[in-house]
Design a protein around this ligand. Structure first.
Ligand code: PLP
Length: 390
């Protein structure tokens, strides 16, 4: 095992040396001017990530606020739902994977929920979605990039339905924002949520949320959870603070990470992610491995997380396959919940190099060969190299 450790899980993802170093600086108070400047740097980077994630760099939102939360994206998902509904509210939750379902489970604790659920890895039937969203719907939730299955869901189409019905639209962009196109206003998104340890390529522990004016006006301060009171967070954000003690080292790391994104430029970063995901897809396909999700219609395969079906023979002994990957000092993920032993997932979020993508393809090819599959690793590498323009 002489090659460096390579983290290809769909989060946390590798972070740069500069991001790591930012966490080692001497501590300051979260109420100090020094910390306020850190908050401001994060907020300004996030503003750009949330509003300019297009291939042209065009802005797609203007009136919202970027918030940084002391907690992972699940806190953001719960904060969005809990602040926008009351017990008698009607929420429609779309689920075709673990995280879509998580939104529904969160909402069950706060209001009445209608689920539009299909098998994990399947595309939504937009007619069924349209039927579920009506004039009585207050909030619609969905996941843009379903990490558990590697599907990119049609946020734009659902956003139109939500807006027509007058409902607020809350979108989990945890594994797309910072790595793929995301358009707040064009897609009628009212709240967008992302995590630090995914496409933002920062350490885990904090998350971010973009709250439009429309969502801010709809927040119910009185009934909001104390720690996750949206109005309170928005008020403090205006002073570059969080309501409670901030995770200072993580905020510093996130400040550097978002600056690395804006330095690369969002159009270039999105193009790179798309190229690298295609390299994984084509590389695995050339070795005879089938993509997992059933992407049809307006649903596509993800540009940040590649999910691949384990071949029948490997499914009989998945542990041996994953051990063969680990022996090569590479970390990838299996399937979650009932997809355990059925699929594997690799991420290309963050600052992956072409060589690291190729190493991922080679490692998977060698590992399936170790467990007895006749995979053409060279063909896989050639296909991936072609996508990477090498
Ligand atoms: N949403 C999506 C799409 C995710 O991929 C994840 C984490 O993998 C989450 C939400 C929840 O993140 P966390 O466990 O960091 O709260």
């Amino acid at each position: 095992m002489d090659e460096e450790f390579l983290l290809l899980n769909p989060g946390p993802v590798p972070v740069s040396g500069a991001v790591r170093e930012a966490m080692a600086e001497p501590m300051v108070s979260h109420r100090s001017a020094a910390f306020g400047r850190v908050y401001e740097r994060v907020q300004s980077g996030l503003d750009e990530v949330f509003t300019r994630s297009t291939l042209s760099g065009r802005s797609t939102a203007s009136d919202g606020t970027s918030l940084i939360l002391n907690g992972t994206a699940t806190m953001g998902m719960e904060m969005a739902v809990a602040n926008l509904v009351e017990p008698e509210s009607e929420l429609v939750a779309l689920a075709n994977g673990k995280f879509g379902r998580r939104f529904a489970r969160i909402a069950d604790r706060y209001c009445s929920v209608t689920r539009v659920e299909v098998d994990w890895g399947d595309s939504f039937d937009l007619d069924a979605v349209s039927e579920a969203i009506g004039r009585e719907t207050d909030v619609v939730t969905m996941v843009h990039n379903e990490t558990s299955t590697g599907l990119l869901n049609p946020v734009s189409a659902v956003g139109e339905l939500a807006r027509e019905a007058g409902a607020l639209f809350v979108v989990d962009g945890v594994t797309s924002i910072g790595g793929d196109v995301f358009c707040v206003d064009d897609w009628n998104v009212d709240v967008a949520i992302t995590d630090s340890q995914k496409a933002l390529a920062a350490p885990p522990g904090v998350s971010a949320m973009y709250v439009t004016e429309r969502a801010a006006e709809a927040a119910h301060g009185e009934s909001a959870p104390f720690y996750a009171d949206l109005e309170w967070h928005l008020r403090k954000a205006a002073d570059h603070q969080t309501p409670f003690t901030s995770a200072v080292p993580l905020f510093r790391a996130l400040a550097v990470a978002v600056e690395e994104i804006t330095d690369e430029g969002l159009p270039a970063r999105i193009e790179r992610h798309r190229r690298q995901a295609e390299a994984f897809r084509q590389g695995f396909a050339a070795m005879g491995l089938d993509g997992f999700p059933d992407a049809r219609g307006e649903t596509a395969r993800s540009n940040t997380v590649t999910a691949t079906a384990l071949p029948e023979s490997v499914r009989e002994r998945p542990t041996e396959f994953f051990d063969a990957v680990s022996e090569r000092n590479v970390s990838i993920s299996g399937g979650q919940a009932h997809l355990g032993g059925e699929i594997f997932r690799v991420s290309n979020m963050g600052r992956l190099t072409p060589d690291q993508v190729l190493r991922g393809v080679r490692t998977v090819g060698e590992a399936v060969t170790d467990v007895g599959l006749d995979a053409d690793v060279e063909a896989g590498l050639a296909a991936a190299e072609a996508e990477l323009g090498r």
